[in-house]
Design a protein around this ligand. Sequence first.
Ligand SMILES: Cc1cc2nc3c(=O)[nH]c(=O)nc-3n(C[C@H](O)[C@H](O)[C@H](O)COP(=O)(O)O)c2cc1C
Length: 168
Amino acid sequence: MSENYLKFLRTRRSIRIFKPEPISDELIMKILDIARFAPSAGNRQPWEFIVVKRKNLLNRLSRIHRSAKPIARAPLAIVVICDKRLSPISYHVDCANTAMYIMLAAHALGLGTVWIQSLRNIEEIQKILNIPSDKVPIAIIAVGWPAEKPEPRPRKPLNELVHENTYS
Ligand SMILES: Cc1cc2nc3c(=O)[nH]c(=O)nc-3n(C[C@H](O)[C@H](O)[C@H](O)COP(=O)(O)O)c2cc1C
């Protein structure tokens, strides 16, 4: 079981090309149900989720920058929004945790995801999705049935990353 779980973590890939098939609401809710279990500072859970399915909204989100195009090819996107008043110090990391849970839950269900950068376009995304200014879109996650099987992206070798006791 634990080896399988480690393999599961190792085999997640960012997926940017999706089949046109829709995803049932039941699966989406299953993923978001798991997202609630991510850790957060003081267990404040400063996150909320917007499930975007409407084509014209997906298209607008896909144009916020050059690397956002996968959103236009996905049947839906989940926008993780974070209440910065609820967790002023940690809201970014809290919501990154729940975003990762979403990606892993989707992977467990055979769905593909890619995290789309949102932090340079916060106001634009707030405008497109009618999000109040105190709720920050931390991540846009395009979700769909994978239509590609990308090679693993390179990773830095472990010996360049690990320090013992002190940095040097
Ligand atoms: C904060 C963050 C922002 C990212 N932004 C984008 C993006 O805008 N467009 C995109 O196609 N991929 C984006 N990615 C996905 C990364 O490119 C991808 O995770 C990385 O290349 C490693 O590949 P892998 O996820 O397949 O292991 C983003 C990932 C993170 C964590």
